[in-house]
Design a protein around this ligand. Sequence first.
Ligand code: SF4
Ligand code: SF4
Length: 430
Amino acid sequence: MLLRPRPLFILKRFLQISLLLLSVFLVGEGLWGNQFAPASLTTQFVWVHYRGLLIFSLLLLGNLFCFACPFVFVRDLLRLFVSPKFLFPQKLRNKWTAILLFSLILFFYEAFALWSSPYQTALLMAGFFAAALIIDGLFKQASFCKYVCPVGHFNFLTSALSPGEVKIKSESICADCKTLDCLKGNEERRGCELNLFLPKKSGNFDCTFCMDCVDACPSGNIELSRVLPGQTLETEIYRSGIGKIETRKDFQFAILTFFFLGFLNAFMMTAPAQNFRAFVHPFFPNELLLIAITFLFFALVLPFLFFYFPAKLMKQSASDSIVALLPLGVGLWSAHYSFHFLTGLLAFTPLLGINLSTKWMGLSPSQAVPVEMGLLFLGALISFFLLWKKQKKTLMKYYSLALFITLTAFCFWILLQPMQMRSTFVGVMP
Ligand code: SF4
Ligand code: SF4
């Protein structure tokens, strides 16, 4: 068979190799370079620029960082020499591992001030490469991406609000298809390693934007389509490779931890949180234990208290309200990351020997506020719309409405607080 040209594949490899080289440089710089965080490209690029670019690419197009992921390139190299023998264990084929790792990274970030340690940041990056290699060296398909990777986990959830989605063009072409290459692959091209069957795929959950299906479909029936952000959450549907997110406990808990730990992550950088820590310190000097208790409170107690307990009292389901909460969580993470990204936009330039004539390193905090507010407002708007559409007209609906108004108000309050300018010279310089 004559192979079709693969421009997407070439672009993907180019981006993967570029990011791999950058990652190797940043790991080296973090391990052996300057250990003062604002003077380190490792801490700046990882905690300010990478996270900012990640969120903007997700909101403006789609899961571009998974598309360009360097771990996948290294995994593909490894598989030229080692063929994995096992399927990922059945009991772990869910989101619990990714939720745990996602929560642990946020905990370590706060407890060990990862943003201020180039060395620990480099170790974290190296740990990611090692974990991806071990898991994908042992298990078939894209097990690391689908079940383990905490960054992918964040991207999958956030991409519910992306305006781009990999979709089929025509249902009738798929109805006549005998080969199902988009899923199974063929001799030359691999199919979807995330087990998403395109005619039954809906939304971006679990999609790494790898475009393997686009390459594999013999009819050229798959494209990157424009979709309305959040629309995929509107109806309860069966999704290929996933099922119904409304009936999956792990998906619900993924959304709750995404929101409440996002809330905590932003709150910990504010002046009130710093004042609270200073106030509590004389009575509770063990900082690590205090942070651990706070994380458990936000990850476990608050979701139970605000969602599961009231639902049980009312003998109704909280699942529609939980799904509707996701856009508010995306709005909060986006507002938070955009603040650091926009205020520290050019803070790395002195480290590259580029001396800008002015001291302008990015927007001032007050200039970044409208962007933050706008992103949070959009997320909240979609959440309220989904809540209204999804939740049946029961007591739970009106309770959830009051809860969403309160949570949204707290999110706005957090963003209006003075924030620590972590990882950059901004705030360090007079
Ligand atoms: S997307 Fe392509 S390979 Fe998949 S079922 Fe449709 S026509 Fe077949
Ligand atoms: S659906 Fe297509 S783009 Fe998405 S993960 Fe599967 S193969 Fe990759």
